[in-house]
Every structure is written in structure tokens, then in C-alpha cells.
Write a protein that binds this ligand. Structure first.
Ligand SMILES: [Zn+2]
Length: 242
């Protein structure tokens, strides 16, 4: 029987090799890039190979259902969400993930003169002595949100391997175009039974946020006088006071 991490890490290293950057300059279609279809189809196949009921919507949402364990059929359905796309601010093509089994805390020199330094990065320092995965510096790693997808499918396989773990019905939803904010209008609400969902995405280990989130952004224009904050006294009108 596998430990949970053995079900997650190999998947993560595989998923990051799919180029799934969304395209914030191509918002007329969902998903904004064909690479998201490629990963979505592979995930449906992988879930079906595990014996899970999985399908793909016309807008590239992966939906899957794990039935309740015996005696828990009437428990509320709980959903787990993650997103297929990665940010288009840095290339997500030809990602080469590098696994460091036991990070010693020393600076990690990457391509193009980029250095990951645990003395300057508290998040990195927090993982000294543990396994970490980073890119080679030429691309995004794409942990946002391939890590979420790997964590969820790993959990599905873990539940299948451990039928003694009692659970209610589980729903899985992998969405396109979270980074552009354009995926959610196609959210297949009429096909979702979950009374509550957990999004597995970003953030620090152990962090739990309770919020209604979407990735829309707004461009706001202000008209007025501009002044440098260093010389603003008596010139700048404080918006909070006016
Ligand atoms: Zn994310």
C-alpha cells in the first residue's frame, strides 16, 4: 500500500510537464489555450483508469465523482477544486522539474543567474530538511495549481486503496482559466451536487482560507494630481479624508 506522498509527488512531476498557461490576451474562448484541453483529457483518462466516473464538459471542466463508502451514502457531497491553467506571466512550456530530496538550505543556482536563497526566502527556509521541487529557472514550475490537482487525485487513489476510511460522496472539479478569471462563467453549476467545496490551491502549508474568490481584476483610472509621496504633504489630498 502506498503512502499518500507516493501517490502525489510522481503525479505532480508529470503534470508540470504539460504546458497549460492560460492566455490573458485571448479571452474570447474558454479555455483560452489548447494545452488545457490536453491536460484535462489526460486527467479524465487517469481518473477513469482508477475506476472513477469522470467526464469533460464542453468548456473544459473535468468532473469526477467518487461514491460514498458503505453506510455513508446519505452524507452531504463535498467537492474538491483545483485549476488546470498556469499564469502566462512566465513561460510554462517545456518545464523541467527538479526534485531535491532533502534540501540542505544552501543557495540553489538556477539558469539565467537566478538564485533561490533560503536566507532571503522565508518560505524556502521553512523547508530545510524536507523535499522540495523547483524549476530550472527558465520557466514557471506550475505548482499553482498542478500541486492541487496532484493532491486531489492522490487523495482519490488513497481513498480507493483504503476502503476502511469512511467518507460521503466526493466530487472533483478541475477548472480552466482561473488565472485569467474567465473560466468561472462556464462553471457547470447544474451538474454539481456538493454542498461545500474546498479549493486546493496556492498558499502556505496548513493555511485554510474561507472566502468567496474569483480571479477577475479591475482596471481603475483616477483623475487628479500626481505627486511623489515623499513631497506630498500639503499637496496630496488623502482619499480617505476627502
Ligand atoms: Zn492558483
Amino acid at each position: 500500500m502506498s503512502g499518500y506522498i507516493d501517490l502525489v509527488l510522481p503525479r505532480f512531476l508529470r503534470y508540470v510537464r504539460y504546458g497549460t498557461a492560460s492566455d490573458s490576451a485571448n479571452l474570447s474562448v474558454t479555455p483560452t489555450t489548447p494545452g488545457q484541453w490536453t491536460l484535462a483529457r489526460a486527467l479524465v483518462q487517469e481518473l477513469q483508469d482508477l475506476g472513477v466516473d469522470a467526464s469533460l464538459t464542453d468548456s473544459c471542466y473535468v468532473l469526477a465523482r467518487l461514491p460514498a463508502s458503505a453506510g455513508r451514502e446519505h452524507a452531504p457531497t463535498i467537492g474538491f477544486l483545483a485549476h488546470l491553467d498556469t499564469s502566462d506571466e512566465v513561460s510554462g512550456e517545456n518545464v523541467t522539474p527538479i526534485l531535491v530530496e532533502n534540501y540542505d538550505g544552501n543557495p540553489i543556482q538556477l539558469a539565467a543567474g537566478i538564485c533561490l536563497d533560503s536566507e532571503k526566502e522565508p518560505d524556502l527556509a521553512a523547508h530545510i530538511g524536507r523535499a522540495i521541487v523547483h524549476s530550472d529557472g527558465t520557466t514557471l514550475l506550475g505548482a499553482d495549481d498542478k500541486a492541487g490537482i496532484a493532491a486531489i487525485i492522490g487523495a482519490v487513489e488513497y481513498l480507493l486503496q483504503n476502503p476502511d476510511i469512511a467518507h460521503g460522496p466526493v466530487e472533483i472539479i478541475f477548472s480552466p482559466d482561473e488565472e485569467t478569471g474567465k473560466g468561472l462563467p462556464a462553471f457547470p453549476r447544474d451538474q454539481i451536487h456538493a454542498v461545500a467545496c474546498y479549493t486546493v490551491d496556492g498558499g502556505a502549508q496548513g493555511e485554510l482560507e474561507s472566502e468567496c474568490f474569483n480571479a477577475y481584476h479591475a482596471a481603475v483610472s483616477f483623475r487628479g494630481r500626481v505627486t511623489h509621496l515623499g513631497t506630498a504633504r500639503g499637496v496630496l489630498v488623502n482619499a480617505a479624508l476627502s
